[in-house]
Design a protein around this ligand. Structure first.
Ligand code: ADP
Ligand code: MG
Length: 442
């Protein structure tokens, strides 16, 4: 629904979603604060004065506008804002001041802002956080701060409740920004700010990772090989922002680098056609109702123990063993976009209970590899028979090279064997639409 925007000479409209505040300032003069669209996915805070002659209806009008504007969510959210000054090209503080804070002020949100001073700072904060004090956690960062917050929650005695009930969102300031992109379909900070103000809790599957003596939670991805190398091996190109991924990938593809490993997989849907069918069928169900948390989540207790054991246990018998001496691309995850220009998992669903897996070998050749990398931008690689796409429940990866990178949600982990399984509907994001932005049939 829309209300007329009388401020512009041309007749225009303000979406209810973009209305931030409306109040009576006395004598029939009302002030409307809203997010004014100034370009594709770009917004600035704006205000309008509206005189209502018959002021008797004033209170009803305010109530009506505010109810419509906040139909699906609470007003005046209490936000814990965590700023990573190191994220992406290092501009998080100024991006937040320019494109975040003014919207939150206009919507009269309560903000408590903490700038992280070191790696794991956000994790320490989350571990001891009083959950009753906030309605959401806003990560002004790339994907590293959401990862840390979830892992801080995972360490708590009430881990399952913290993960399932405290909505986490991203105000995109990093190199990857998968979370904001997957929720909003854009990496625009101002769009994310509006989505945070108007967002409500959305359930998502998480992933439980175990390594020798280590347990972690992952919400986005595990990568080994080409992608991990490009993510973590390009720290010296951080100034390039997101482009460092692309440059790194092309460099490594041209050199036909391989990343041998043994992979053990508990498959659910194997192959691109089966994955597309699963997505098209289940998407309607998930997207038609949205994945909002209508009922309070009953999760409680510490992080649930692994269903399929750990690396100390034998691989379950029904898992498939793959020896991959020529592996190039390996990516497992639970978000459709890995970065604003990398639509890696077009068939990703928030709570289908599966991890998405894509691999390809260097044996397909440099030209095909480069083609696939280029196709990822629009998600077209999933129509290629050379990229192997599956839905899986769990897997174990044992690297067969002495040195390399392992990237978990874009964070560097010890280069050691690891095992991952899905944690169905264990996480909670703050989402404006209750769904991800990949809505087209495949
Ligand atoms: P990017 O998208 O650029 O990777 P992230 O937000 O993912 O940005 O963060 C990158 C890394 O920065 C994470 O490992 C995070 O723990 C770390 N970090 C957070 N705060 C600081 C800080 N104050 N100084 C240095 N590193 C930090
Ligand atoms: Mg990161």
């Amino acid at each position: 629904m829309t209300v007329a925007d009388y401020s512009s000479a041309k007749s225009g409209f303000i979406e209810w979603d973009d209305v931030l505040w409306f109040e009576n300032q006395g004598n029939g003069v009302h002030q409307l604060k809203y997010a004014r669209k100034i370009g594709a996915n770009k917004y600035v805070p704006a205000s309008l004065s509206i005189s209502v002659r018959n002021s008797e209806g004033g209170q009803d009008l305010v109530e009506h506008v505010m109810t419509q504007a906040y139909e699906n969510t609470i007003k005046r959210k209490r936000l814990l804002v965590l700023i990573n000054p190191h994220g992406g090209p290092g501009k998080a503080t100024s991006i937040y001041r320019k494109h975040g804070a003014p919207f939150f002020a206009a919507a009269k949100c309560h903000t408590e802002v903490i700038t992280t001073t070191h790696r794991y700072h956000a994790q320490e904060i989350a571990k001891d956080l009083d959950l009753s004090k906030y309605d959401a956690i806003v990560c002004c960062s790339g994907d590293g701060i959401p990862h840390e917050v979830m892992n801080g929650f995972a360490e708590r005695p009430d881990a399952m409740k913290a993960l399932a009930t405290m909505p986490i969102c991203q105000f995109p300031c990093g190199s990857g920004n998968s979370l904001a992109m997957s929720l909003n379909g854009t990496g625009s900070p101002s769009r994310a700010a509006v989505a945070i103000i108007k967002g409500s809790p959305m359930k998502v599957d998480l992933m439980r990772l175990s390594q020798e003596n280590k347990t972690a939670v992952s919400f986005l991805s595990q990568t080994y090989g080409l992608v991990a190398d490009c993510d973590l091996g390009t720290e010296n190109m951080r100034w390039m922002g997101g482009q460092r991924f692309a440059v790194g990938a092309v460099m490594r593809t041209l050199s036909a680098t391989t990343y041998p490993c043994e992979l053990y997989v508990k498959y659910a849907h194997v192959g691109n056609d089966a994955v597309k069918k699963h997505f098209n069928g289940m998407k309607r169900e998930q997207h038609s109702k949205g994945i909002r948390q209508e009922e309070p989540n009953q999760a409680e207790g510490a992080l649930t123990p692994p269903k399929f054991g750990t690396l100390n246990d034998n691989v379950p018998e029904d898992w498939t063993k793959l020896s991959l001496p020529d592996l190039s691309f390996f990516y497992v995850g639970k978000m459709p976009w890995m970065a604003t220009d990398a639509f890696v998992f077009p068939a990703c669903l928030p709570t289908d209970g599966y991890l998405d897996l894509i691999t390809w070998d260097a044996t397909i050749g440099r030209v095909s590899s480069l083609q696939l990398l280029l196709q990822i931008e629009e998600g077209q690689h999933i129509h290629s028979k050379q990229a192997h796409y599956s839905k899986i429940e769990a897997y174990r990866l044992v690297p067969k090279i002495p040195k390399g990178y392992l990237s978990i949600d874009g964070e560097s982990y010890d280069f050691k064997p690891f095992q991952v399984e899905v944690l169905p509907a264990a996480g909670c994001l703050l989402s404006m639409h209750g769904i991800y932005a990949n809505r087209e049939d495949l």
